[in-house]
Design a protein around this ligand. Sequence first.
Ligand code: FES
Length: 342
Amino acid sequence: MAYLIVGDVHGCLEELVALVDRYGAGRTLVHVGDLVAKGPDSRGVVAYCAERSVLGVRGNHDERILAWQHAVDRGLTPPPVAREHMRVCEELGEREWAYLRALPYVLPLPDVGVVVVHGGLVPGVPLEAQRPEHVVAMRTLRPDGTPSDRLEDGVLWATRWPGPQEVVFGHDAISGLQRHRFATGIDTGCVYGGRLTGYLLPERRLVHVEARRNWSGKPPMPRRVLVGIASELAPGRLVHVPLRVSPRGLPRRAIVLRLAAGEHAGQVRAYVDICRHLPVPLSAGDASPLDASGEHLVCGTHGARYRVVDGYCVEGPCRGTRLESLQVIEEDGRLWVVDETR
Ligand code: FES
């Protein structure tokens, strides 16, 4: 069977419809949970999925409103919920509640060798023994192998997932798109003004639609963008990595390179690929802007020269300015840059 698996929708109905219209023909639609909260039309999203009997799993936000409804149904004191969740609770009708109640925590798609969850799976624990509170919320593994929902507690769980089944998951807009050997994370922060991502199976191809706007009421959260395997970025080598589209709709990308010489040799630097003189990329396409010495990035338009070590412009019309630098994270053998595009 052919599938389109959709990342965290969070009430972004327009983007969901656009993604399905563009890529969903002839495919079974699946979601990774967190249909509700934060965005503009949670009820509309759940109704859309209920009408079409869309396959999917529970997310932590879906779980929160289900716990509230479960208590209310039984005449018990409901657990406290945030205002955004209360609003969703008041909007949903019986058909939408029934749809959410029927969602599993884990959805195997054996014909394509995939398992869908919202948060993650603990390596070494059989599917049937995974605990729901971990499945909907975990992001990392602590050094002792126990799951945590905090990024700062350990390594991304997906980097340790041994396969052979591929896990497709959401829940981690900060880490953004994750592509690991046996795990693919597709929460690309649509509700924060990022993108709604889809994963096409059996092709294993990623597709996107851009968010209509940032619905969260907060600045877009910085997100980590995977550069690749750290050891594959050799000294003196440079790669380009796509960043979020700017608020004015302009595509942005990063230059990431490992220093080859000098006292910082071996360290990685990342800069936004926009010249400080005029807002253009330093070089066209994927051509390298590194000069022959490997010590400068050169703008192809009017020749500004920036030091690779700190992005400082030593020559040209924007002399004395600096390229916008990006934080680089090296973790568990992988390189990431932090995209703070607002
Ligand atoms: S645009 Fe880069 S130096 Fe003028």
